[in-house]
Ligand binder design. Structure first.
Ligand code: GLV
Ligand code: MN
Ligand code: MN
Length: 410
């Protein structure tokens, strides 16, 4: 365990948190000026750790340390560098900095590596800007969808335009695609974003799988009208219907073992004295098993139909994101487990991730596994995200030991 290394990692998380589009909170989205600055800073830290660096054709910041011979397949380490609005400073960034620190340690140790090590700071995991997530890792995995070029941000800028503004050429995107044969696998460390470790008074865990998620833009449509002059029995109030639907989503999620969240809801036209004629709301559904999630979705659709028919409203749902559940590779899980055991935890906890991660996309290309570390109160996607230096130090030791475990059995 090394306190100075953990302190440096936490200091760098603070440095990255300073690269924000907002003066008083952290928000750094895909292909923004702050993304550019973050890539440059991460590239500098990669160079200091002895990696050769490049930005790939999707805006992912990459670095490579050759193994015992040039051009060997690479073990990928990393996480993402973009954030949600009003974010904490560890979701994603901590995994990138831990990966750089692991490579720095292994380079200094002088050990002959049977594979190369690469670090990736993925450009877009959260999907904050364009509404669909994992754009960086899906580019790397070669599972790009050409329709995404027409996605727009809140200012109407298309993804293709944002690429150009960032100095990237959409036509060159295939240059970011990697081949499975060039990779050994992908290992990511991430804060848990839940309470299981803290509740069990443990620092680290092996991730077994990542929840499958689907996201939708929902619209409930009624008729706008005068708040004073329209009696209740003549109203077609879209917000009352949407409110019933939100409550039904919570009930149906609980009944089907699904995690359902309405994170955004807007009433139109939005006047205090106007009956809402239209409501737009988001829906995020995720579960350990895709069948439970999809069962929940069907029940939500049926509930929406019933509510809207009863209230004279109409309902529409557009899917904006879909990723099915993925399982972490057993061999890489064993390496993570060995890494955690090397820190003195004889029986590491192992559980599935309720949060999405770049491994969802990378799994289409190569095997992957993840190491979780405890975060205070399970708080994440919030500025109060917090980790201790001691836990970061333990995660660094476990991450390095996991890589050495793979070296020993390669
Ligand atoms: C990503 O952080 C997600 O799980 O939404
Ligand atoms: Mn996140
Ligand atoms: Mn994350």
């Amino acid at each position: 365990m090394s306190a100075p290394e953990a302190a440096l990692i936490l200091e760098r998380c603070n440095d990255l948190a300073g690269l924000s589009s907002q003066p008083d909170r952290l928000e750094r989205v895909h292909l923004s000026p702050e993304h550019r600055a973050a890539n440059d800073l991460v590239a500098r830290w990669m160079t200091e750790a002895g990696l050769s660096t490049w930005q790939d054709a999707a805006g992912n910041q990459c670095g490579r340390l050759e193994g015992s011979a040039p051009g060997l397949p690479a073990l990928l380490l990393g996480s993402h560098i973009d954030t949600v609005p009003d974010a904490g400073r560890y979701d994603g960034m901590l995994g990138v900095l831990l990966a750089i620190a692991v490579v720095d340690r292994l380079r200094r140790s002088g050990i002959a590596l049977p594979f190369a090590l690469e670090v990736v700071a993925f450009s877009d995991e959260e999907g904050t800007r364009f509404g669909t997530a994992l754009l960086g890792s899906r580019a790397l995995a070669g599972t790009w969808n050409e329709e995404w070029w027409q996605l727009t941000d809140k200012d109407g800028i298309t993804l293709a335009e944002a690429f150009q503004d960032f100095g990237l050429d959409p036509a060159r995107l295939p240059g970011a695609f990697r081949r499975g044969e060039s990779l050994v696998g992908y290992l990511e460390t991430h804060i848990e974003q839940g309470m299981q470790l803290e509740d069990a008074d443990r620092r680290l865990a092996v991730v077994t799988s990542i929840a499958g998620a689907r996201r939708f833009a929902l619209t409930v449509t009624g008729t706008a009208g005068h708040a004073g002059g329209t009696p209740f029995d003549r109203r077609r109030d879209a917000l009352i219907g949407a409110s019933e639907l939100v409550v039904a989503i919570e009930r149906l999620s609980k009944e089907t073992g699904t995690i359902g969240t309405v994170g955004r809801l807007q009433a139109f036209p939005g006047g205090v004295n106007v009956i809402p004629g239209r409501v737009e709301l988001s829906l995020d559904l995720r579960a350990e098993f895709d069948a439970d999630r999809d069962d929940c979705l069907e029940r939500i659709r049926a509930a929406a139909d019933e509510i809207c028919t009863r209230r004279g409203l109409s309902f529409a749902a557009t899917e904006t994101y879909r990723a099915d559940a993925v399982t972490c590779d057993p061999g890489l899980q064993a390496a993570i487990g060995a890494g955690i055991r090397s820190t003195g935890d004889a029986e590491p906890m192992a559980f599935w991730s309720r949060a999405g991660h770049d491994g969802v996309a990378v799994s289409a290309l190569t095997r992957f596994a993840m190491l979780f570390l405890r975060c205070r109160g399970g708080v994440s996607h919030h500025p109060d995200e917090h980790v201790t230096a001691a836990d970061v130090a333990a995660a660094l030791d476990a991450y390095e030991a996991a890589v050495l475990h793979l070296v020993s059995e390669y």
